[in-house]
Ligand binder design. Sequence first.
Ligand code: F6R
Length: 608
Amino acid sequence: MCGIVGIVGREPVAARLVDALRRLEYRGYDSAGVATIHEGKLDRRRAEGKLFNLESKLAGELLPGTIGIAHTRWATHGVPNEENAHPHFVEGVAVVHNGIIENFSELKDELIVDGAVFTSQTDTEVVAHLLAKYTREGLGHREAMLAMLNRVSGAYALVVMFQDDPGTILSARFGPPLAIGHGKGEMFLGSDAIALSPFTNEITYLVDGDCAIITHDRLEVMDYQGRPVTRKSQISQATAFMVDKGNHRHFMEKEIYEQPEIISHALGHYVDFASHTVKATDKAIDFSKLSGLAISACGTAYLAGLVGKYWFERYARLPVEIDVASEFRYRELPLSPTQAALFISQSGETADTLASLRYSKDEGLKIGAIVNVRESTIARESDAIFPILAGPEIGVASTKAFTCQLAVLASLSIAAGRARGTVSEADEKAMVKHLAEMPRIMSRVLNEIQPQIEALSRDLSRFKDVLYLGRGTSYPLAMEGALKLKEISYIHAEGYAAGELKHGPIALIDENMPVIVIAPHDRFFEKTVSNMQEVAARGGKIIFITDEKGAAASKLETLATITLPNVDEIIAPMIFSLPIQLLAYHTAAILGADVDQPRNLAKSVTVE
Ligand code: F6R
């Protein structure tokens, strides 16, 4: 979702602002812009599409100035064109914004009656008009900012410059994150610390309801009544290196291949590799006493939660209520303080997941966050934090965060089983041993299957529709496979529980609809093979993802069989994630798609 950067500098800032925007590209955007103040005048360049369009404009018409703000826009209100791109200017006020101003329509009507002329279709422009109006009415900049903040509602990170004050940037946060960077005689702000990492690693995170003012050497934070508040700075570990592709063509490819190393690091936080036991988890949630768990998340994180449901119910005998967060938040689900709620989010900023968290908190539940970004809002509002330790995930399509979420959920379900007496010491040892072996198996699988998957992706790229089937924990994987393929290759794909095939989707089967069957040789294998038979009988082309035992047991003709090593059920979802990720990746790359930044998608979805 939109990215924001600002610099109160000593040297020209335009190039540095665009450089910082590049580190925010992963959030997703469809236009960009930059504004500076030079010799007492605001000026800006804006462009539709990718950052190189903005850079070409800046190369043609330089933008001098030592103070500036910049923005990558992910369109919500109004199409992605130059007029709607930020910064928005009204009478010497410049504004960039991430989020949604929910009452913009009523404010706009009021401002139009007052004589305001709008030049864009955005909700953001009302902010610039309000600030201009309050300034015209005689308020100082700070007072105008506070008056505006008391009028707008919704979710926003807002950054403002006034033409007649070329040494100050004002900002506010209510929802989407905003980080202030402390430099030497210069100050910065950005949507995250990675964007600012080449400039400084001393960061102050604003919290909801903060209004901040930065000058060359000072940060002042206040609430919307203007009362000072204290926010401590911290040293961020984010480095620009984290957004480097290394030798890979795309971040997604790099992130797929990073998984063995990263998952091993993440597991080290949850299990003891020497004694093969689970480590004590955050004590704020006591699994032994719970009557049930509620899990909520969006997209890929939700699908990780769905695998977690199978594990918590099977190993810890803990009933799990799970829903996508956009439904969970409005379902008025009866919850009890004897339950705990888990929220899974890579970014830790997803608006629907955060709203579900707040709903559950109001119902008196203890809250656990399975997050990648530890400084995120979801992490901060939780009682217990279970970090997935995946490092920054830049590719919009989630890969390493998914398998790390699974590794954390597997460890937590074993820990919960131990606490509840449903997992014996011997079972704990056996399962942790399998988890400990997983990184090595992942490395082997990634190396072995790559050539076959690349060749298979050429075939897959010729189809328009694909069906994925699986049972048990392979059912959420089937949905994840379909999600991955559709979001980056734009091939239509659906994931189904294999047993649901004959309740509808079987009508679609013909030679133009390949069916990808995910079936390790587990308790469900025979049943899934029966479903494959139903597909084969109707001329469907099967891509069979199985293990050595499964490949030996099935006699069906397939378009391709991808054979993985035989592994224990507790690690199968992580191992079987690898072929589905690679298949989506290579298919999209062959089709020439923008793999890391698929159209219309954002990495961090901070609006409903
Ligand atoms: C798909 C994908 C999305 C995210 C979803 C939730 O590949 O990445 O479906 O999983 O937007 O995002 P987080 O995990 O940041 O809450």
